[in-house]
Write a protein that binds this ligand. Structure first.
Ligand code: ATP
Ligand code: MG
Ligand code: MG
Length: 420
């Protein structure tokens, strides 16, 4: 593992065509770094971890500036990053947007993509839902919920049980969600989401509620938006979640009715066209049994459901994000293989039904993956494995869905999960 990291650090920057500064140095930043190096684009990363996944790939020794080690919620750090930048982009939406606004208002000609206003709207899921609703984009019924047991029960009355209680901000991998099944769940739901009376009022999390969606499938579309407003979408994919964490992505989505594909693309493109600024956006959607499509949420950045584009599409979501924010021509979003699947390598599962089985280590999974034709392994260089933490992924490509599923089988068998 160490050898791999060291060899990647030998990248030499021959000429700079641009300086690009990104906030967030997780796996998404790491995957941005590779196409950036191909285009001689320097990345400087702001992330609290000195050895964040993206920083491991972008060697400050070859750059005239160093990465920043600090929180992206801290306005001083964001301002410092912006003061060094030509273009600032994000690989995480949980950034201090006031600092981005201030940076843009300052005299320096910095560009921020996507626009700070877009990040502000999207980073609060309740405001995001209000935004989409006001533009007649299909979403599930929702309502705001005060942090009180009575309010949680009132939401149950108006939306029915079960319903999904969600944190408005800072959510990921389902960690800000709680399924409320009856009035009796109110106290536990508030506690689990950090909104109970034991939390002091200032730090109590803000919540909202969503009607339960009995979806048939979860689907997603990556959309890239150029500086001139041009919008292009990638193929529709099927995403399979386990314990609310993305587990598998099948590309492209296969459905009997081709109208569903067109409708999903159109819904995603229409939603992204309403926002300002350039970059890629992940649009997560629910497909219902009657063919209806509802948007679940939007990510203003590269997205897990688009990892497969690295090996399976003519230009990856990461390359297209760079092209978009730099005002370069957008690359083709078409698939260059017939079929692909992405499997996340997660830290040990938290689900008790799975804990009884002995779980393979990431190293054991990698060993299997390296023997599968058409399989590319991505490890993120995270020092510590925690339950459900995204440690890496594989993408398997093939000449047909059947071939891809056959190639995937040894990994699913090793994980003790059924083929889906
Ligand atoms: P991400 O890691 O994708 O950012 P997140 O923490 O923002 O996740 P959501 O996307 O809101 O969480 O929800 C996680 C999962 O929970 C969804 O992918 C879906 O499986 C389920 N889910 C979310 N909202 C609903 C709903 N209203 N009805 C039914 N299931 C839901
Ligand atoms: Mg989310
Ligand atoms: Mg989600």
């Amino acid at each position: 593992m160490r050898l791999l990291t060291l060899s990647l650090l030998l990248r030499i920057c021959i000429a700079k065509i641009s300086l690009l500064f990104t906030s967030g140095g997780g796996q998404l930043g790491r995957m941005l770094a590779y196409p950036a190096s191909l285009l001689n684009i320097d990345l400087v990363i702001l992330d609290p971890l000195p050895n964040a996944p993206a920083k491991q790939l972008v060697n400050p020794l070859h750059s005239s500036v160093n990465h920043l080690d600090g929180p992206f919620s801290d306005s001083d750090y964001v301002t410092k990053l912006a003061s060094m930048a030509d273009v600032l982009t994000v690989e995480i939406e949980h950034i201090n947007v006031d600092a981005l606004d201030a940076a843009q208002a300052s005299s320096k000609a910095i560009e921020v993509h996507p626009a700070p206003s877009t990040l502000r709207t999207i980073q609060d899921k309740y405001i995001q839902k209000e935004w989409l609703k006001a533009r007649s984009i299909s979403i599930a019924p929702f309502c705001s919920v005060e942090a009180s047991e009575q309010a949680v029960r009132d939401a149950g009355k108006s939306l029915g049980y079960p319903y999904m209680l969600k944190s408005r901000t800072l959510a990921y991998d389902g960690r800000g969600n709680y399924v409320v099944r009856s009035d009796a769940d109110a106290a536990a739901a508030l506690k689990a989401l950090g909104a109970g009376p034991e939390v002091d009022e200032k730090s109590r999390r803000k919540l909202y509620a969503e009607k339960w969606v009995p979806f048939e499938k979860e689907i997603a579309v990556m959309v890239v938006r150029g500086k001139n407003g041009e919008v292009r979408s990638y193929p529709v994919v099927e995403t399979i979640h386990r314990d609310s964490i993305c587990h598998l992505v099948y590309a492209p989505l296969r459905v009997r009715d081709p109208k569903i594909i067109a409708a999903a693309k159109q819904t995603a493109e229409r939603a992204i066209a309403t926002f300002e600024g350039a970059g890629v956006f992940g649009v997560e959607m629910f497909l219902l049994a009657d063919g209806a499509i509802l948007i679940n949420e939007i990510a203003p950045r590269p997205h897990n459901s688009g990892h497969y584009t690295i090996e399976a599409c003519e230009s990856s979501q990461y390359e297209n994000h760079l092209r978009a924010v730099l005002g370069l021509p957008l690359g083709s979003t078409e698939m260059k293989v017939q079929s692909a699947v992405m499997l996340n390598f997660l830290g040990p599962p938290t689900s008790t039904s799975l804990l009884s089985r002995s779980q393979p280590s990431i190293d054991e999974l990698v060993k299997t993956a390296l023997n599968i034709p058409g399989c590319t392994v991505h490890l993120y260089g995270k020092a510590e494995s925690r339950p459900g933490r995204k440690m890496g992924h594989v993408t398997i490509v093939g000449a047909s869905d059947a071939e891809v599923r056959t190639r995937l089988r040894p990994l699913l068998l090793q994980l003790g999960v059924d083929a889906q």
